[in-house]
Design a protein around this ligand. Sequence first.
Ligand SMILES: [Zn+2]
Length: 493
Amino acid sequence: MPSLTGIERVLPFLLATALACERDGPTNPATVRPDQSAQFAISDGAHAGGNAHFYFLPPLVAPPKYAGVFDPTVHPIVEVAAIAAGAIVGSPLVSFTTTTASGSERVRVDTTDELYIVNWHTKPYGDRSGLYRISVKLGTTVLGYVDVSLGRTPATLGAGSRGEDVAWKGGSIPIKFRIEKGAIPPAKPVWKFTILGAISQITADYLGGFDAAARFMRAQIDTLNSRFNTPNVFAGEFRFSLDSIYVFAGCRFTCMGWPEIARPHLGFDYRYIVDWQGPGGWYGEYDVVFLSWPLSQITTPGATDAIVHEFGHARGAIDTYAIKADGQFNPVNGASYHPGRSIMDYPYGETVWDQHSINLINRSADVVNAPPTYITEAFPSLIGIVVDDEAGVRQANATITLYPVPWFQNRVDPNPRFVVYSNTQGEYVFSQNPFDPGTLGSPWLMSYPNYLVVARAGTLSGYGWMPITDVQNTWFSNPTAPYRLRITVRPTP
Ligand SMILES: [Zn+2]
């Protein structure tokens, strides 16, 4: 793709300063006062935003509500480990499976009650102080866990499971739990990208030499991976891999050019350049992300936030801030349009991805240098506008005027791009894509990224916005669905 934005290159400069279980079965549990000193934790479908298809069951916890389908076919592993300060210490003290051990210390399935059960004989641990974590796993995936204390007699089952702790007499705790279909989501494809790192001598020296600079850049790429692997966002698992780093001479004062940008990086998908000066941004034609940041602020989170945004571009996302319109720069009706929070709108301190960016990045998958059709063809086959009144009556022969929102200008152009009329069904259908996909020289090869659409029907009027994000998101959710912007006209005040 061509060089997309001049503005992109100065953005980091502009924002740098503005930022930033003896017997099976339990004796009856009796409640005891919560142990205020203990930090019990629990994670399952009923607690702490845990796996929605995994539930601990009484007596460990109060009976949970669940809606899924019980899965009797899996082979869970139950591990007990010591914990300190909320974290597991050392290897599991004991591990129960569906095949090893016998009797109550084997994990069994009860298809009648739709549960799995194993009894943990705690006697060997009873005189220990401290806390234990019971974890249930499938393979290496932890489905959930619950903390218990054997630090006194009786044992305490914790985790605020009933709003208070539950005391346990005797030496055996029945660990019962429910696993449903879907507890292990289908594996995501791995999308791996190799990166060659380049850092200027001055910047590396400032950071304390090559090793420190390399640690800095690796930490940035760790953050990059973490932002791209936010749970339940993308369809693939991202692995950006900073495979090699070198120091380049760079310029002490003012450079006449940045040869590192155009230098080939054979064998790597991307080059990631760090310098204290220069034209920062994403260089689509070279597959380069350039972090240009003042030395005094280069270790602040903003610098890393910026490159997450740039790698968003590298994977296909547009600048969502480039489609905004500020009411004070809208001479048509003073209305504003804002696309909502996103790393691709304003990355600083932001961890959220908007749906349009998610869709484009998923579409790019693991392809580097995807042909521009990944975005120019992502349109519904029908793009239209319907005009109705407050009673929902379609308005025939309404005048529909489209005012363009130019890329990156945060304004509405008062010169109409289209003036069209609704048909007898109160609808207008574009015969040609109003975003003109394939327009050379325009960002992401689209003439405009947004339109202010004003409709008039007699004395009634109304308006709406037709941003490329909404139009393309319609196609992404269903490639055969039409896009129709609905504008409701009302009496003009
Ligand atoms: Zn950008």
